[in-house]
Write a protein that binds this ligand. Sequence first.
Ligand code: ZN
Length: 561
Amino acid sequence: MDSIHFDDIDQAAPEMEPLREEYSRLRHQLDHAADEAAAIEVMQRWDALRREHDCWRSLTHLRFHQDTTDAEYKRAREHCDQLTPKLKELDISIKRLLVNHPLREQIESRIGSQAFALWEAEIPTYKPIIEEDMVQQSSLSARYIELLASASLDLRGETLNLSGIAKYAESPDRGLRYEAQLVRCRWFEENQDELDEIFDKLVSLRHGMARKLGFDNYVELGYLLMQRVDYDENDVARYRQAVQDLVTPLGTELRAWQAAELGIEKVMAWDLSVFFPEGNPRPQGDHDWMIERAREMFDAMGGGLDRFFRILSEGGFMDLKTRDGKAGGGFCTSFETVGMPFIYANFNGTRGDVEVFTHEMGHAFQCYMSREQPWVDYLWPTYESCEIHSMGLEFLTWPHMEKFFGERAEQFRRIHLASALLFLPYGVAVDHFQHLVYSQPTASTAERHALWQQLERDYLPWMDWGDLPHGSMGGRWQSQRHIYLSPFYYIDYTLAQTCALQFWLRAREDSQQAMDDYVALCRRGGEAPFRELTRSAGLVSPFQDGCLENVVRQARASLPI
Ligand code: ZN
């Protein structure tokens, strides 16, 4: 197990005909199971099949992201997109049988109720009538990924992709920052028609699927697809309001502090990411140097992170350098047949590399720690819980930031905390935008841009785009990948940030306790819903009155404002 290498992992695409027969046998055996032990034995064979399918899907999508220009990877991804709804249909046929099974109570007492809650949420999200729509949705998503990955931007004679140009947002040279933002915004402006068209098609497709499945619009379907089994749209709306009431005013103060630090009158759109006149602290070495420092850091932290990082790095389960044709962003995926995760990023030499790296490591560590969970449903929790592991680790690694930033580590911590707070209003704006978009599916492109502009005024009143194109027209949301690719996946980050900040506060009191609680939470994987997981880790739910207020008050006290 310790010597496993990424190159050894392979998983062929499923053959649909034999697979249909296999599922039909499984259903028959489940129907005739004499007792729960017999049923569970059948379910274990089903679980093994699902692990193979998930592994194949992860590999296919990872390879496509690693080189969006490779024709073979693209074909494989298209094949995967074609088969995904068919596999979903087969799995739902078993889930439906299980939730209605005469032995359900006995099975549930053995495997836990969370799997049943997840299946009950999933069953209404698919019927064969939307198969073609799902394939189209995947192909539009791929078009968006390819379009962004193809951006070739010229900045003072240097050719850069979107990940590469982002580093200039942190330049101490304000003129250069402005130029970089201008080049970036112009690219979005030049591609706006295509970006609008892709999104418009995605919204009508998603709305159409919701209608075909019997929902009023995509909002309810979106929540079910995100498997939100223990909170609803009203809880989320209240939380957004709390962020607007408590964090937006703090954001205005933070931006004023930032302007004073930078010695400028006002923080403009091209200044957002830089907090110190000499520029933000940057990691003091390249990719390989960072991996060495990371190894030292995880050795010092222990808790299993040390051993895990060696297995991950020595096994080649990381792709962190940016390059042409590689899709942007950072994520963690996993290969369920072997219980190993993989982390993907696009390092560009900024402090963000450390943040993305510790973030994705948090996901990967959780996935690894919960690999003994008996059911594939429990390997990952739902997304808002997943993001506690990632954002939590960003904070738990704080005492080790000297390794990466030397004497500027304290500045890094200050930016990280300020950015974590400033992120909350942006995150809820992205969430609010999606609620508005999917409840008004026939809104025009111009109306959507106007919606975003209004949300910027409400949640991010400090935003000033000056004379920049695209952003000043309400276009910022078009660079937010989740809005295109993962609808309603965003509030999750803000809920998790509120929990991660609680880990940060605990670590200041008792770092060992915080680490123990963190590891215990990771081990639980997805065996429980969000509120139960947070409760078991001693965290206050962000939905509870006073939670956000308390966290924000304590965070504020450690900022120089
Ligand atoms: Zn994440």
